[in-house]
Structures are given as structure tokens and as C-alpha cells.
Design a protein around this ligand. Structure first.
Ligand code: ZN
Length: 204
């Protein structure tokens, strides 16, 4: 905690004054251009890996970068998606998976999650991801985890399309959906080619 407080002091003493004009504008303006849906994993930092400034990314982070399909119940993820797409009008939505994801590793290895009832329930949003990977016949181990990470991005993009705000924006061609997988160890990323369903190196 001390490190966080010290970090804030450094921010307010050094970083904030150096970018005063940006923060002055942001004080009254919220106009992000993209919605980034990533994993809660501490190693996957959206603003760092996309080199985005404050104000540029609207961010949702969930365990396993899972996006529950739309229902009419109270749902924080759904509310954030609706606000980003309908109100803020983001032009791009990225669902980003990552290497060594704890959630995907637990699922791919069939780990015992009975002591974690909330995690178990939440991970059911990856049932379609698991079905895709199961059909692929990948051997147990790192290859299956890597396959599940990618299949999960595909499945969560499908879930995203069930949200009325996204469905509407897609028809109106106001939004583009993207699937990424970030590799922590190499700092590289792949992007989903929607034509082929394959992932290729992410280039600018
Ligand atoms: Zn993760």
C-alpha cells in the first residue's frame, strides 16, 4: 500500500504538472475512441501495451476477459458496454486474451475449483470457448491452454454481439470488433483475421 501512496505522490508532483494541458482538457471531456475488454491479470495493462493516453481507452477488465452474453438482469459488464458503445460512441472494441491466463489454464487443465464457487460460476461464460477447444483435439498442456486463449477470444466476441448496443452499432457500421491475444513473455500480440478465423501478428 505504501508503494501505491508513494506512486501517487510522484504522479501528482511530477507526472500531472508535466501534462497539465491534457488533464485540464480531461477534467471536462470524456471522449474515448475504443473500448478495451481485457483480463484482470496484473500483467496485462491496456494503456501500457497500446501506449494510450488517459482518456483514450474505455476499459473493462474481468477474470479471463469474459463477456457474459446479454441478459436483462443487473450486469456491470453489460452496463459498461452499453455506455461505451451507445453513449460514448467508441469506434473500436477490442477483446484481448493473453498468454498464461490463470482462468484459461484452470479450465484447460480441469483444475479443482470447488473451493472457489464464484470463480466456478463466472467461468461458465467460457463454456463455448471450452467446446471450441475440445473439438480441436489439442493435447493437454501449454498447447491446449494457448488454443483455449484464442478460442475464448472468439467466443467472447460472439457474446459481445448479443448486446443490443453492439448489435445496433454493427448494423450501422459505427463500430468494429477486434480479437487480440497478448503474449506476456515476448511483448508481442496477435490479432484475429475475421475472414479466416486465424490469428496473425498485430501490425500498426
Ligand atoms: Zn487472464
Amino acid at each position: 500500500m505504501n508503494a501505491m501512496a508513494q506512486g501517487f505522490q510522484r504522479f501528482s508532483r511530477e507526472v500531472f504538472p508535466a501534462r497539465a494541458a491534457l488533464f485540464e482538457e480531461l477534467a471536462t471531456t470524456h471522449r474515448p475512441t475504443a473500448l478495451f475488454i481485457g483480463c484482470s491479470d496484473a500483467r496485462v495493462v491496456p494503456e501500457l501495451i497500446t501506449q494510450s493516453d488517459p482518456g483514450e481507452l474505455f476499459v473493462i477488465r474481468t477474470a479471463g476477459n469474459l463477456v457474459p452474453p446479454y441478459t436483462r438482469g443487473p450486469d456491470g459488464v453489460a452496463a459498461s458496454i452499453e455506455y461505451a458503445v451507445d453513449v460514448l460512441g467508441v469506434a473500436d472494441v477490442v477483446v484481448c486474451g493473453h498468454s498464461a491466463c490463470g482462468a484459461m489454464t484452470a479450465l484447460a487443465s480441469g483444475g479443482d475449483l470447488t473451493a472457489l464457487p464464484a470463480v466456478t460460476t463466472w467461468l461458465h461464460h467460457a463454456d463455448a470457448s471450452m467446446a471450441r477447444t475440445g473439438a480441436g483435439g489439442h493435447p493437454a498442456g501449454p498447447e491446449r491452454v494457448a488454443a483455449l486463449v484464442k478460442d475464448n477470444v472468439l467466443a467472447q466476441l460472439a457474446n459481445l454481439r448479443t448486446h443490443p448496443s453492439v448489435a445496433k452499432a454493427l448494423v450501422q457500421r459505427k463500430v468494429t470488433l477486434h480479437g487480440w491475444v497478448y503474449d506476456i513473455g515476448s511483448g508481442s500480440a496477435e490479432t484475429l483475421d475475421t475472414e479466416t478465423g486465424r490469428f496473425t501478428a498485430l501490425a500498426g
